[in-house]
Design a protein around this ligand. Structure first.
Ligand code: IMP
Length: 423
C-alpha cells in the first residue's frame, strides 16, 4: 500500500466509505483532509451499518490511526455524538483518533446561517446539507474563524465565542432568524471541548513524523470532484477542495509523498442538490429508487440519477491524476436490458470532450450516448472478475477505457466482501 488519495470522481455519494474500508486494511493511517459533517460515509460490517460523518472510516479497524486534518471543518458537538455512537457500538476511539488543532469549528450560528441563506435564495438555492459548511469555510477565509485550539482553551474560547456570536446574531437577525443564546451555545461547546481535548494535537507534525517512519497513509476524500469549490459546477458546489490537491493542503503532507490516486465512481451517476446534470434520467431514477437505492446518507433526500457520464469522469481523471478507478454499485444495473454511457457532449452542434467551466454551457450540453447490452443477471454474488457476466466485464472495460485509467476495484454490493479487487 502506497500513500494513496481516494477521491470521488462524480458529485459525491460514489460509495467511497466502502472502498476506503477495503483499502484501509493495508494502511497505517487514515486521514480526512476536507469537508465536514456534510459527508456521510456508509460502511457495513456483518449485520452492523455505520454512517460516519467526520471520523475516518479507519476507526472501524483495529490498530489504525485516524486523523481529522487541518482542512476539515469540525462541528464539535456533532463529533462528540459520533464518538459516543461508535463507543456505544464497542469501537475504541481514544488513542486512535487525532484531531488537528488548526481545524476550524462549525458552530451553531454557521448551521443557522446556512439554513437561512438557503431559504432566502428560494429557487436559486444550492441545496446544501445545512450542516454549516459554507459559512464555516467563509469564516476561515475571512480570518474570523475559531479553531480546535481555541475550543480546548476555555478562557480563550469563551471570549472569542462572545465576540463572534455578537456579530453573527446581528446577521441572523437581519436575515429574520432568532438570535442564539450565548449561554446555551457556550455550554454545549464547552462540554464538547472537554471531551475532545485529549484528542487534539498538531497533526501536521504527527503525519510527517509518520511519513519518516515509512507509515502508509490513505486520504479519505469526501464529496466528489464536481462539488469542488474550484473545479466543480460552481456555485452548486461545496466549500472545500474535494480534488486530490486538497488532500495535501488539508493535511500538511507534501504532494511528492503521494504515490497513488484512486477515483471512485458509480457505474451510473447521481447527484443531490441543485445544478446541471447532463445524463439525468427519470427512467433510471425510478428504477433505482424503486429498488430502495439512492437516498442520501446525511439528509435522506432521494438522489437524482443518470447514466454513466464518461466526459465527467475523464475530466475527473485529469484534474485528480487518477491512476486506478473503483467502480461501485454495478449491481444497480443488473436488471437493465440496455445500458447507456455518455461518451461526449454536444454543445451548439459541436462535440465537446471535456466539462465546460461555464454552468450555462454545461446546462445546454446534450449527451452523446453509446448503448451497451445489459447482462440481466445478478452480479451481487460475484467475488472474482471471472464470476462477472461477460457483458458486465465488457461494460466495465468500456468505462475504464473511456475514463483513461485502469480498473482497480469493482463493488457489487454494500457489504465488505462484495468486492472484486483487481489491483
Ligand atoms: P454543503 O457541502 O452542505 O454546503 O452542500 C453543497 C452541495 O454539495 C449540495 O449540493 C450538497 O448536496 C452537496 N454535498 C455536500 N456533501 C455531500 C456529500 O457528502 N455527498 C453528496 N453531495 C454532497
Amino acid at each position: 500500500m502506497a500513500n494513496t488519495i481516494l477521491v470521488g470522481a462524480q458529485w459525491g455519494d460514489e460509495g467511497k466509505g466502502k472502498i476506503i474500508d477495503v483499502l484501509t486494511e493495508k494502511a497505517d493511517i487514515v486521514v480526512r483532509s476536507q469537508g465536514g459533517s456534510n459527508a456521510g460515509h456508509t460502511v457495513i460490517i456483518g449485520e452492523q451499518k455505520y454512517i460516519l460523518h467526520l471520523v475516518p472510516s479507519g476507526i472501524l479497524r483495529n490498530r489504525k490511526k485516524c486523523v481529522i486534518g487541518n482542512g476539515v471543518v469540525v462541528d464539535p458537538v456533532g463529533l462528540v455524538e459520533e464518538i459516543r455512537m461508535l463507543e456505544d457500538l464497542g469501537v475504541k476511539v481514544d488513542g486512535k483518533l487525532f484531531i488537528s488543532d488548526a481545524a476550524h469549528l462549525v458552530l451553531p450560528y454557521h448551521r443557522l446561517l446556512d439554513a437561512q441563506r438557503e431559504d432566502h435564495k428560494g429557487r436559486k438555492k444550492i441545496g446544501t446539507t445545512k450542516r454549516g459548511i459554507g459559512p464555516a469555510y467563509a469564516d476561515k477565509a475571512s480570518r474570523t474563524g475559531l479553531r480546535m485550539m481555541d475550543l480546548i482553551d476555555p478562557e480563550r474560547f469563551e471570549k472569542a465565542l462572545r465576540e463572534r456570536l455578537k456579530e453573527n446574531n446581528a446577521v441572523l437577525k437581519a436575515l429574520g432568524a432568532k438570535p442564539l443564546s450565548f449561554a446555551k451555545v457556550h455550554a454545549a461547546c464547552r462540554a464538547a471541548g472537554d471531551r475532545l481535548r485529549p484528542l487534539v494535537t498538531n497533526t501536521v507534525v504527527l503525519l510527517n513524523r509518520a511519513l519518516r517512519q515509512r507509515k502508509e497513509m490513505l486520504f479519505e476524500g469526501a464529496q466528489g470532484t464536481f462539488l469542488d469549490l474550484d473545479h466543480g459546477t460552481y456555485p452548486y458546489v461545496t466549500s472545500s477542495n474535494t480534488t486530490a490537491g486538497g488532500a495535501c493542503t488539508g493535511s500538511g503532507v507534501p504532494p511528492h509523498r503521494i504515490d497513488r490516486v484512486v477515483g471512485v465512481m458509480k457505474a451510473y451517476t447521481t447527484r443531490v442538490g441543485e445544478g446541471p446534470f447532463p445524463t439525468e434520467s427519470d427512467e433510471l431514477g425510478d428504477l433505482l429508487h424503486g429498488m430502495g437505492r439512492e437516498f442520501g446518507a446525511t439528509t435522506g433526500r432521494p438522489r437524482r440519477c443518470g447514466w454513466f457520464d464518461a466526459v465527467l469522469t475523464r475530466h475527473a481523471a485529469m484534474v485528480n491524476g487518477i491512476d486506478d478507478i473503483a467502480v461501485t454499485n454495478l449491481d444497480g444495473l443488473d436488471t437493465l436490458e440496455r445500458i447507456r454511457i455518455c461518451v461526449a457532449y454536444k454543445l451548439n452542434g459541436k462535440k465537446l470532450d471535456y466539462v465546460p467551466a461555464d454552468l450555462h454551457q454545461l446546462a445546454a450540453c446534450e449527451p452523446v450516448f453509446r448503448d451497451l447490452p445489459g447482462w440481466q443477471s445478478d452480479t451481487s454474488r460475484a467475488r472474482k472478475w471471472k464470476e462477472l457476466p461477460a457483458r458486465a466485464r465488457q461494460y466495465l472495460e468500456a468505462v475504464a477505457n473511456l475514463v483513461g485509467a485502469s480498473l482497480g476495484i469493482v463493488s457489487v454490493g454494500p457489504a465488505r466482501d462484495q468486492t472484486i479487487v483487481l489491483k
